[in-house]
Design a protein. Structure first.
Length: 320
């Protein structure tokens, strides 16, 4: 495992961040085994959210932290202010405070290391949002914060406001970023910086040296090889259909074909090549991964040592 640094967090942050959507309260042994195995491969950062499973994922992660006594080692990436049924816009100081308080209670912790707003509301001024996050930072409830699915222009505006008012700025951004581009957003309010449409955003993040915690780094399972041009009608599960809607288009199949060609040449797997593509970006990227087994996570760790040239990256992205 390799580790990085996020301003405001005094712990090393593993460059791969394991998700928690596969944790279930009715399967505690299986859930704990996965967390144990991922931890054994060096993972020290876990991604969860107030909206995941009605709080179930936070409760399982919190129970594991207490049972194993590893809270001081682990960086919790928590998220809040996601839309709810009947309320599409919840990026308000009141909703942030309510979600954060409930997440702390579910996790059974005094603070969340990295707290990220799950959505943005571009119609709201950034000032009150930055002020609210700084209030929770001063109270010790969050060590660092950022935005998920925020445009780089909004992140820039938030950090300009923070600089002008002597406040703590956003430490990270969490958009989608993958070798596969999104032809349709998988969920409402999502933002991607993949492909040519993300060039400007990535250039800004690289210049600012603002770390990116990128979700669906493997395109929702697209690079697993399960999805082919000739079998898309056979999938029935919701997540599979979401992957098909967002990623299963000819340009991405061409990217998959090239990743497979390079993987075969280098003795790697396609997911390893796809992860290496974003890890070799000029930006500092912490990919969020949703591994279901420790072995799968271990395979992803290999990608941290895979070097790709700019020419190889351009070729994978159909630019050469």
């Amino acid at each position: 495992m390799k580790y990085g640094h996020v301003t405001g967090i005094d712990k090393p942050v593993s460059r791969l961040v394991q998700g928690t959507v596969m944790l279930f309260e009715n399967e505690p042994a299986k859930s704990f085994q996965l967390l144990d195995e991922v931890y054994s491969h060096g993972c020290r950062a876990f991604d969860t959210a107030h909206s995941y499973g009605g709080g179930e994922k936070e409760r399982v992660l919190g129970a594991w932290l207490r049972e194993r006594g590893v809270r001081d080692e682990i960086v919790i990436l928590g998220k809040g202010a996601h839309p709810e049924a009947g309320r599409d816009r919840r990026v308000t100081p009141e909703d942030i405070a309510a979600d954060l308080a409930e997440s702390l209670q579910r996790l059974g912790v005094d603070y969340i290391d990295l707290y990220v707003l799950h959505r943005d509301d571009p119609e709201l001024p950034v000032g009150p949002i930055v002020e609210a996050l700084n209030e929770h930072h001063r109270a010790g409830k969050i060590k660092a914060f950022g935005g998920s699915n925020w445009s780089y222009e909004r992140v820039r505006a938030a950090n300009d406001y923070a600089a002008a008012h002597g406040l703590v700025p956003f430490a990270v951004s969490s958009p989608n970023y993958s070798l596969a581009t999104q032809f349709e957003a998988p969920w409402t309010g999502c933002l991607s910086i993949s492909g040519t449409q993300g060039d400007e955003a990535r250039a800004w993040y690289a210049a600012q040296q603002l770390p990116l915690f990128t979700w669906s780094s493997l395109a929702g399972g697209f690079f697993s090889g399960r999805f082919r041009r000739d079998n898309l009608d056979s999938f029935t599960s919701g997540l599979d259909k979401t992957c098909i809607k967002a990623y299963c288009y000819e340009d991405n199949f061409r990217r998959y074909d090239r990743a497979k060609e390079l993987a075969d040449k280098r003795g790697l797997t396609v997911p390893q090549v796809a992860l290496a593509y974003i890890l070799n970006d000029p930006c500092t990227v912490f990919p969020l991964v949703g591994c279901n087994t420790g072995a799968e996570f271990a395979e992803n760790v290999v990608a941290l040592d895979v070097q790709l040239t700019p020419e190889e990256r351009a070729w994978l992205d159909l630019r050469g």
